[in-house]
Design a protein around this ligand. Structure first.
Ligand SMILES: CCCCCCCCCCCCCCCCCC(=O)SCCNC(=O)CCNC(=O)[C@H](O)C(C)(C)COP(=O)(O)OP(=O)(O)OC[C@H]1O[C@@H](n2cnc3c(N)ncnc32)[C@H](O)[C@@H]1OP(=O)(O)O
Ligand SMILES: NC(=O)C1=CN([C@@H]2O[C@H](COP(=O)(O)OP(=O)(O)OC[C@H]3O[C@@H](n4cnc5c(N)ncnc54)[C@H](OP(=O)(O)O)[C@@H]3O)[C@@H](O)[C@H]2O)C=CC1
Length: 452
């Protein structure tokens, strides 16, 4: 059977969300580990005054692409940016571009999504559900398509404790919800959102669950796989250890702790901290693309891409790692770091008062007296809002079935297993992630969460 690199040779690949955290790593790994891939078509929108071409060429200049650049200085010739706004009708793809895509694409990786936990329901629905539906309609017009890979999240079914690698019935029929929200004013939708999402913690997990159902509906017509990563962190090994470019998930929390600002958080010390390195998620994604195209499973296969079942690591152990900041705080720290993790609500409230609010009040008083603008209370208010949204995930435990991931691993040749490694060792990974990534990343962004 063809190796993964052999399979991707000569193929045209369509990627959404390529400018995002995972999308960039996917583009890099495809170009590096599958050097004979024919072309990567990236659906990108113009943003912040930059055209989509400018955005893509800036992206390719970043350090993440250094190894690809070394191997093939002309790698950019394989990248074809296509202008697209996913929440517009027809994904706002021009007719010529549409013709090009429909005639040549062999594999689709759908990474784009809004991952904000506080996204208004209507927008989360438009991007995470309706855009997925539109992309599938486009995929159905592609005669040479061999695989459609949809990136979901391990928390799409976080209202269950045990999560199998199957697609669960949707909390509501997606089409019915879309139709009924269409005519409603935003303020009404906002008011009824908590009732609609029910036992989901936010609009993100809710709409990702709906998107899975939209994908499943088409699985008889297309060869589909769904990847469900847990909490995606910095790279473990490739293209170099510790690469990260955002404050999502635990990264922002760790940086705030390393700067001595965040000193207490509610988490269950014994619950699994299911962090998975971005390079491992991308390896699985590429391997799933290969397996789906070559084996053409009859139904959509779901890959729970988690570490807890194999290499459990707990929030309490993360707390131990954070203690290393005591000796080596991040640059421009507010105070000497000290992390307290507790599952007790009252205890946490006490530490928030003593360790967060009181020092912030004093510091703002000092700023006021010295003629400067107070800022610490504002920073803490934002931090508390963010922590409030994350605590749901750090206070509970989930168990994911990883049968399909194991099955996929057993199909990889020894050579592919080296290139597309799928299992991180937690101790080396967490050390790399917390130490390397946060030191380098936070020093590049030292303005926020520190007192200038
Ligand atoms: C004592 C310690 C103990 C710790 C141990 C315990 C740790 C527990 C951690 C639990 C994490 C669990 C995560 C679970 C994830 C589920 C996985 C997924 O499926 S899916 C995917 C997971 N999805 C997610 O993770 C999304 C979750 N995040 C959100 O939904 C939103 O960020 C928000 C609502 C939390 C805050 O919204 P808002 O207040 O509007 O703030 P914005 O975000 O808009 O940022 C504004 C600006 O600030 C910048 N910045 C931020 N932090 C820092 C920092 N620390 N420094 C410096 N800068 C920082 C930021 O870059 C931005 O800059 P710019 O771009 O403007 O230049
Ligand atoms: N990060 C994590 O911890 C986890 C992520 N996931 C899933 O992985 C996938 C990728 O996540 P991640 O890379 O972290 O997310 P990012 O927020 O970093 O990237 C999101 C991508 O989607 C694109 N996008 C958003 N809105 C639009 C739009 N209207 N039109 C065109 N493109 C758009 C963004 O483009 P632009 O640059 O233009 O904004 C960006 O490229 C998502 O499906 C997410 O649900 C799953 C589990 C965990």
């Amino acid at each position: 059977m063809a190796s993964i690199a052999d399979y991707y040779a000569g193929k045209s690949v369509l990627i959404t969300g390529a400018t995002g955290f995972m999308g960039k790593v996917l583009v890099e790994k495809l170009l590096r580990s599958c050097p004979h891939v024919r072309a990567l078509y990236l659906l990108v929108r113009p943003k912040a005054g930059q055209s989509m071409q400018e955005r893509v060429s800036d992206m390719m200049k970043c350090k993440l692409f250094d190894r690809v650049r070394e191997d093939n200085p002309d790698f950019h010739q394989k990248i074809v940016p296509i202008s697209s706004e996913l929440i517009q009708p027809g994904l706002a793809i021009g007719p010529e571009d549409k013709e090009t895509l429909t005639s040549c694409i062999n594999i689709i990786f759908h990474c784009a999504a809004t991952i904000r936990f506080d996204e208004p329901l209507k927008h989360a629905l438009q991007l995470n559900v309706m855009a997925t539906q539109q992309l599938i309609s486009l995929a159905q017009q592609m005669p040479h398509l061999q695989a459609f890979i949809h990136i979901s999240t391990a928390y799409a079914n976080c209202n269950r404790r045990h999560i199998d690698d199957i697609i669960y019935p949707p909390p509501v029929e997606p089409k019915k919800l879309i139709d009924s929200l269409e005519w409603m004013e935003d303020s009404i939708v906002r008011d009824i959102t908590p009732r609609l999402i029910g036992d989901h913690p936010n609009t993100y997990t809710y709409t990702k669950a709906l998107a899975e159902c939209v994908v499943q509906k088409e699985s008889s017509k297309l060869s589909i796989a769904i990847i469900r990563p847990s909490i995606v962190g910095a790279s473990w090994q490739e293209p170099f250890p510790g690469w990260i470019d955002n404050f999502n998930g635990p990264s922002g929390v760790f940086i705030a702790a390393g700067k001595g600002i965040l000193r207490t958080m509610r988490a269950n010390n014994d619950a699994v901290a299911d962090l998975i390195p971005v390079d491992v998620v991308i390896n699985l994604t590429l391997a799933a693309g290969w397996y789906t195209a070559v084996h053409r499973p009859k139904a959509a296969l779901v890959y729970n891409c988690t570490t807890g079942g194999i290499n459990p690591f707990h929030w309490g152990e993360i707390g131990m790692f954070l203690f290393s900041f005591k000796r080596n705080p991040l640059e421009q720290a507010f105070r000497r770091p000290n992390a307290n993790i507790t599952s007790n609500y009252l205890m946490n409230q006490y530490w928030i008062l003593v360790s967060h609010r009181f020092p912030a009040l004093l510091y703002d008083l000092y700023l006021r007296l010295s003629g400067q603008k107070p800022q610490m209370m504002r920073i803490f208010n934002r931090l508390h809002k963010a922590i409030g949204l994350l605590e749901y995930f750090s206070s509970q435990d989930w168990e994911w079935n990883s049968e399909n991931m194991n099955m996929l691993m057993s199909h990889l040749s020894p050579e592919d297993r080296k290139v597309q490694y799928l299992q991180p060792r937690p101790s080396t990974y967490h050390t790399a992630m917390i130490a390397t990534s946060l030191q380098t990343f936070s020093s590049r962004h030292s303005t926020l969460m520190c007192v200038s």
